[in-house]
Design a protein around this ligand. Structure first.
Ligand code: NDP
Length: 290
């Protein structure tokens, strides 16, 4: 937890992230940096929760008066079953939460990934999805937030490709129910995706995180320039982003989204907003070797 000087005492408020695995999470670093900056007597820890113990973890959160939590892989969808309320309609329809706020014993759930993704697209790429055509690679938890975000921002067409086709079809059907004005299709043959002329290609798979993994999509198959966003942030430059850079396409990694969604969680817990995202991004860039 470099850069922070937390003093733990009997009044320290507890926050944390529940996930599995969670040992490489950067959330403790960024939230503790901000608690220190604002001199809030709070500490943020990472909790590795066994997959069949999520209910117990939520009971513990209530029993011990934890003030808030983030939820990560693989619990974002299941966590919905253990909270009292999802106050925002927009979050409720996503069916997955990444933030919990404990308000006098009632656990309120939020999804800041959706807004965080849109904020990152705007800040990092100057990209507005309205009336645009977007290719999304992946259909897991992160892709779900990405597709919801793009449809909510009035994208004209979203094309989903996923290794497991059924999962892509499920996602397409689910989001289409809420956003009938956005055309959401599943594509099987990735080689033909380039001819669809997407304005933006998003990697929302985890393919590219490991050393020997290639790019999930050959950007050279595009018939015109597109913006490129990779949700992955370790490594900072995946083979997918390396190719975007080589081709001179506007591109960004997932650090901006990570900071944006974390800043929104922090605001829900503390009410602090000004400069939070920027401070988190700076802390992240300092700790991740490029
Ligand atoms: P999930 O486990 O829910 O989904 C993983 C996705 O990647 C699925 O679509 C899966 O396909 C696909 N995939 C995995 N391995 C391969 C492979 N070898 N070849 C092709 N496709 C593959 O994870 P999440 O959706 O939660 O996370 C996905 C990525 O997004 C992770 O790298 C995560 O770190 C990142 N992320 C970044 C965030 C940020 O703030 N920047 C926020 C959230 C996530 P299949 O369905 O066929 O298994």
């Amino acid at each position: 937890m470099s850069g922070t000087k937390l003093t733990i005492n009997a009044e320290t408020q507890l926050y944390g992230i529940l996930g599995n695995p969670v040992n490489h999470s950067l959330s403790p670093l960024i939230h503790n940096t901000l608690f220190e900056k604002y001199k809030i007597n709070a500490a943020y820890m990472a909790f590795q929760v066994e997959t069949n113990c999520l209910g117990l973890a939520f009971e513990a959160m209530r029993a011990m008066g934890m003030r808030g939590a983030n939820i990560t892989i693989p619990f974002k969808e299941a966590a919905v079953n253990f909270i009292d309320e999802i106050p925002e309609d927009a979050d409720r329809c996503v069916g997955a939460i990444n933030t919990v706020v404990n308000r006098k014993g009632r656990l309120h759930g939020y999804n800041t990934d959706v807004t965080g993704f849109l904020a990152a697209l705007k800040e990092e790429l100057g990209f507005n999805p309205e009336a645009k055509k977007i290719l999304v690679l992946g259909a897991g938890g992160a892709a779900r937030s990405v597709v919801f975000a793009l449809a909510r921002a009035h994208a004209d067409e979203i094309i989903i490709h996923n290794r497991t086709v059924k999962r892509a079809e499920g996602l397409s059907d689910y989001v289409s129910e809420y956003f009938p004005k956005t055309e959401i299709d599943v594509i099987f043959d990735l080689d033909s995706a380039g001819k669809k002329k997407p304005d933006l290609v998003v990697n929302a798979t985890s393919f590219g995180m490991r050393e020997n993994e290639a790019s999930p999509f050959n950007l050279e198959s595009l018939t015109h320039q597109a913006s490129v966003y990779d949700l992955i942030y370790t490594p900072v430059e995946t083979p997918f982003l390396k190719q975007a850079k080589k081709l001179g396409y506007p591109h960004a990694n997932g650090l901006g989204m990570l900071a944006a969604q974390a800043a929104l969680s922090f605001e829900l817990w503390t009410g602090k907003k000004e400069g939070v995202r920027e401070t988190m991004l700076a802390a992240l860039k300092q700790c991740i070797p490029s």
